[in-house]
Structures are given as C-alpha cells and as structure tokens.
Design a protein. Sequence first.
Lengths: 111, 115
Amino acid sequence: AQKVTQAQTEISVVEKEDVTLDCVYETRDTTYYLFWYKQPPSGELVFLIRRNSFDEQNEISGRYSWNFQKSTSSFNFTITASQVVDSAVYFCANLRLKYIFGTGTRLKVLA
Amino acid sequence: DARVTQTPRHKVTEMGQEVTMRCQPILGHNTVFWYRQTMMQGLELLAYFRNRAPLDDSGMPKDRFSAEMPDATLATLKIQPSEPRDSAVYFCASGQLTSWAGELFFGEGSRLTVL
C-alpha cells in the first residue's frame, strides 16, 4: 500500500535560516513518482517538483533543493535562506495509480 | 492561464441538506481527483476519474457521497444528506497523467460548513 509520512506537523524558523522538511514514503512498487506541493494561505496547492523512482539525482532550484534517497525511502525538501513568503503548508505526495499525500508540514518563517 | 474552477467557494448548510460541489477541470486533462482537507486528516483522496470513468472511490463514504463526471468539462461531488463531520475544504484537481507522472493542478477549494 502507498503511504507518505511527514512527521513534522509544524516548523517555525527565523528569516534567512535554512530549513528541511522531511518526507518518508512507503510503496511496494518499483516505479513510482514523488512530488512536493506548496499550499500558501490562499489555499490552492501548487506543484513544486516531481521525481521518478529511477532518478535519485538531487535537484536544486534557486533556494529550494530536494534530496531523494531510496535507501531510506526519503524525499526531503530544503529551503535555504528562508523568507517570509515561504510560509505555507508543504505536502509530499506519492503517485502510483493514485495520488497519495502526506499530512503536510506547516512552515512559519518569522521576520 | 488555464485553471481548475470550483464552485461554490463557500457553502454553509444545515445538517441533512443536499450539497453539490462542482469542478471544471483544465481543458485537455484526462484525470480528475476529489480531495477533502481537514485539520485532523490532512488531504484525503475521495475519488478520481480517468477519461471520465471512475477509477477509485474507495475514500468516499458510499452511503452519502457520490461523484460523477457527466462530461469532460464538469465533475461533481454530492453529499446527501450532509452531516457536521463533512465540514471541510473540498479540492478538485486535474492533470494530464498519461504515464501517471504528471503534476496536478488544484482548484481553490470549496469550503463546506455543515451546522
């Protein structure tokens, strides 16, 4: 069965600090996809990144980076030099026939 | 920009009343999902459709919830009769998941309050 665990329910950091959001997934499939979505206060979820199970390369996009490790079934998300605009709920998701989301991590970046 | 459109944005109703939420997916997308978001449960998958055919509705309380896609431009989620525990934000999302690798585009959600 698919399952996604985001153990951190809420994180608060001060602006310019780095922060890592954890995501652990469970799946029996060899082919699957992992995603991160951001839900700002407006409510609409926004896609951030996709990774397939065959691509363990880490990715960096500006201040965002993602670390995918199959050995630990983790797909962690790091924001470098956080900003107040990063405040949102972040969801990790696993896709294999259906899109299963974790419970989300609420990130508060304080000025 | 193409967007997923959901109506109504907010709905307050009394227990026992029928509620219908509507979603217009992005034109050309072949997959539509319905999710429910609550503080306690997070984002729960209720049902999803591919090419308008229901693929999985195991997340829905069958006795009171129903989901349909009468045509490619409309997905509906109906609750009858509604109960206070149904109070949540309901999201519709669509995607072009030809290889199940696609991203989802979410609507702004329908916030339902059942008194």
